[in-house]
Design a binder for this molecule. Structure first.
Ligand code: CAA
Ligand code: NAD
Length: 284
């Protein structure tokens, strides 16, 4: 059976990007968030990015309209669930929130629906255990910014079936991505390696080794990273960075993954990076 409908749960920076690439791939998309305001903010992000692509001559105005027409919105989970072939969840990086969404999706979705999580670090096996269809639950980890980055880490839970894995790999490829299979361990591959580097950069600020600007310069000019680690942390979201470090710390029980106290302090202050207007840098 060929998939037609993809629902995306969470219309933040990742969910809106996933909805965009899914609609670009020709899927009928339903994008959900908790409030109409959040959903519309997600749709605006997509519309603005597509408008820039039209200005650059990468897309025609008709193609832009076609992509936007394929994205419906809702704030009701039942509505997002009822006809979906594939659901991709991209809400806050908290196990209890994701597990509750998967529990409800399991009740509302047709039997054939595959449930994927865009989690950065949380155990797919545990998310799957909240449902009665663990063989149809899988990790589909897109990178930020979704329309630009090629990688999707595909993570099998303990029970994920071979057919489901193959269908999800094909869907990622249809969205123009390169899927890479990884096993279900905290942070998978991407964040097991990336996030300790970011956390270490935050420790370097905390211990007064250098300013955020200097640290970012060192990593950009010295290691050819496209963004310095603190600019990248602000871009990802400091709340997400903290939750990933907490998952690594708890999951491995190893003190090398302890989150820097400065990261905790910023998140408690509401300094979440670019999305809140302030993190290691200020954004106006
Ligand atoms: N959304 C969509 N498109 C964007 C974008 C955004 N936020 N930012 C930039 N782009 C697009 C631009 O429109 C431009 O497109 P065209 O080539 O079609 O013109 C292209 O990206 C390049 O942009 P710029 O020339 O303006 O800027 P740049 O060359 O500095 O590239 C970047 C921007 C691609 C974001 C680059 O800085 C980069 O690769 N940064 C590192 C990103 C990264 O490491 N992502 C992974 C984060 S970790 C993660 O995602 C996993 C997790 O679980 C936390
Ligand atoms: P975000 O804060 O930009 O967006 C999260 C969205 O989820 C918000 O719009 C919020 O209103 C919504 N939400 C929260 N609870 C919800 C619920 N119960 N039902 C429906 N919507 C709900 O966060 P983000 O950066 O888009 O991250 C989302 C997920 O993607 C997280 O699991 C994160 O770890 C993962 N991720 C993030 C990045 C990144 O660079 N930011 C990269 C890859 C994966």
């Amino acid at each position: 059976m060929e998939w037609k409908r993809v629902s995306v749960i969470g219309a933040g920076q990742m969910g809106s990007g996933i909805a965009q690439v899914a609609a670009q791939a020709g899927y009928q998309v339903v994008l959900l968030d908790t409030t109409e305001e959040q959903v519309q903010a997600g749709v605006k992000r997509i519309a603005d990015l597509l408008a820039r692509n039209v200005e650059k001559g990468k897309l025609s105005a008709e193609e832009r309209e076609g992509i936007l027409d394929r994205i419906a919105t809702t704030t009701q989970l039942e509505e997002a669930a009822q006809e979906a072939d594939l659901v991709i969840e991209a809400v806050v990086e908290k196990l209890e929130v994701k597990a509750e969404i998967f529990r409800r999706l399991d009740q509302c979705c047709p039997n054939h629906t595959i449930l994927a999580s865009n989690t950065s670090s949380l155990p797919i096996t545990e998310i799957a255990a909240a449902t009665k269809r663990p063989e149809q639950v899988i990790g589909m980890h897109f990178m930020n910014p979704v329309p630009v980055m090629k990688l999707v880490e595909v993570i099998r839970g303990l029970a994920t079936s071979e057919d489901v894995f193959r269908l999800v790999v094909a869907a990622a490829e249809r969205m123009g991505k390169t899927p890479v299979e990884v096993n279900d361990y905290p942070g998978f591959v991407s964040n097991r390696i990336l996030m300790p580097m970011i956390n270490e950069a935050i420790y370097a600020v905390y211990e007064g080794v250098a300013t955020p600007e200097a640290i970012d310069q060192v990593m950009k000019l010295g290691m050819n990273h496209p963004m310095g680690p603190l600019t990248l942390a602000d871009f990802i979201g400091l709340d997400t960075c903290l939750y990933i470090m907490e998952t690594l710390h708890e999951g491995f029980g190893d003190s090398k993954y302890r989150p820097c106290p400065l990261l905790r302090k910023y998140v408690k202050a509401g300094w979440l990076g670019r999305k809140s207007g302030r993190g290691f840098y200020q954004y106006s």
